[in-house]
Ligand binder design. Structure first.
Ligand code: SAM
Length: 276
């Protein structure tokens, strides 16, 4: 069986008892960096485990080995250096390999920087787009940001500290004017900090306070037009709303559908719906 095991993003006390048990019961641990996982196991007092490196650059060549291990009915655990496997980290291919070959897969969840930041950012967390890392430079980066700027969903980015000032500059050029942005750094660690700014002030702030440590950047979604553009009358909108609710759609899906026909923000519609 394949076990995906979440590990702490900084604070060792966040390692769950089930994650520890799973590591103890494992026959083989696939990990990004055997030194990093070696330190984790050492801290947990777990000895004698077989560690095999599994990362972006060798994952293709490890495919047969993984199938072989699972065929032998071994307990194969996969961890990343920190946080949840698969979330901007390796692991997805392992799940595919296991599932395609009929092996069971389970996940022992742990902290993930994205959702920790979503919770602590103070920015609307009901509709979220998790982007992870942007392309590092060039048109690919600015094009992607321009696309994200059109989204009404809250955007969650991972960014390296040496690129935070550049990110603020890029955000300034790609249609994010006037938004709230929270820079969530060193989450769960001693110097955890949430720097709540707006997009206009961010570059200036980080030029004066050079960014250090690990960052998740949470940006408010686009505030939608308040106009209905006469696409559909209020009366018809009301009828459609009742119909969609009666048909059993979730409030989130009803809000999405009404947003398409009215041009209003789905967040605003959702707020109205749940306040009804
Ligand atoms: N799989 C991990 C997860 O579940 O969050 C993410 C791995 S990704 C390679 C590493 C990035 O996650 C960092 O560059 C940073 O953007 C973010 N990150 C990880 N730990 C963090 C922390 N303690 N505080 C803030 N950001 C963190």
């Amino acid at each position: 069986m394949l076990y995906l095991v979440g590990t702490p993003i900084g604070n060792m006390a966040d390692m769950s008892p089930r994650a520890v048990e799973t590591l103890k019961l494992s026959d083989v641990i696939l990990c990004e960096d055997t030194r990093v996982t070696g330190i984790l196991l050492n801290n947990l007092g777990i000895e004698g485990k077989k560690l095999i490196s599994y990362h972006e650059h060798n994952k293709a060549s490890r495919k047969d080995m993984v199938t072989d291990l699972l065929s032998k009915e071994l307990n194969v655990v996969q961890v990343s250096d920190a946080g949840m496997p698969v979330i901007s980290d390796p692991g997805e291919d392992l799940v595919t390999i296991a599932a395609e070959n009929g092996f069971e897969v389970t996940c022992i969840p742990g902290p993930t920087a994205a959702m920790t930041a979503a919770a602590i950012s103070g920015i609307d967390a009901r509709f979220i787009h998790f982007e992870g890392f942007l392309p590092s430079a060039g048109a690919a980066r600015t094009d992607r940001l321009s696309t994200l700027a059109k989204s009404e969903d809250t955007i969650i980015l991972y960014e390296a500290p040496h690129r935070i000032v550049k990110l603020c500059e890029d955000i300034g050029k790609t249609g994010f004017a006037g938004r709230k942005v929270s820079f969530c750094r060193e989450l769960t660690k001693k110097y955890e900090e949430v720097i709540r700014l707006n997009t206009e002030d961010a570059k200036d702030y980080f030029e004066k306070n050079p960014p250090k440590g690990e960052f998740v950047v949470v940006i408010e979604g686009k505030t939608a037009s308040k106009e209905t553009d006469g696409i559909i009358t209020e009366e018809k909108t009301e009828e459609l709303k009742e119909h969609l609710i009666k048909s059993g759609l979730s409030m989130k899906d009803v809000a999405k559908a009404l947003s398409i026909v009215t041009g209003r923000s789905k967040n605003d519609i959702y707020k109205d719906l749940i306040g009804r």
